[in-house]
Each structure stands twice: as structure tokens, then as C-alpha cells.
Design a protein around this ligand. Structure first.
Ligand SMILES: [Zn+2]
Length: 84
């Protein structure tokens, strides 16, 4: 029997910055910052979500690096907005 390994992936709502964690089979893991349509509980509708894989690692990156790409800048602003 073949075990299918699963991993968890964090996705961030592009409208309200909510973080959603989904489980994925490792072989189906999507690339970093892939955009996925997903239902957001806070927005109560389907919105675009950025797939960031691991929100903890991403927050560390925001703290220690300033060479962020366009999508990362957007996510950083979303998270800041949400923390207020
Ligand atoms: Zn949302």
C-alpha cells in the first residue's frame, strides 16, 4: 500500500487578509504565491487567495528582508491592515 503524504498550506484572502489553512497532498502542492479561488469565512464569498505555504515563515521573511516582490508586498499590507 502506498502512503500518500499530506502537508498543510496557508492561503491568504486578498480582500481581508484572513489566513486559511488547507491540507494538500505533497505531489499536488502548488507553487508559492499561486492564486486560488477559495471561500473566505470573513468575506462570506469566494475570493482570490494567495498560497503562501507557511505563514510563519513568510512573516519572518517580512521582518528580515526588504527585497519583496509585488505579491509579497500586497500580502504584507493585507496582514498589517488586519492586525490594526
Ligand atoms: Zn476574506
Amino acid at each position: 500500500m502506498r502512503k500518500s503524504k499530506t502537508t498543510f498550506s496557508d492561503l491568504i484572502c486578498s480582500e481581508c487578509g484572513s489566513v486559511m489553512t488547507i491540507s494538500r497532498k505533497i505531489c499536488h502542492q502548488r507553487e508559492y504565491l499561486h492564486i486560488k479561488d477559495l471561500y473566505c469565512i470573513c468575506c462570506d464569498k469566494i475570493t482570490k487567495h494567495y498560497e503562501v505555504h507557511d505563514i510563519t515563515l513568510l512573516k519572518k521573511k517580512f521582518e528580515f528582508q526588504d527585497n519583496l516582490n509585488e505579491k509579497e508586498e500586497t500580502i504584507k499590507k493585507l496582514l498589517l491592515k488586519k492586525e490594526k
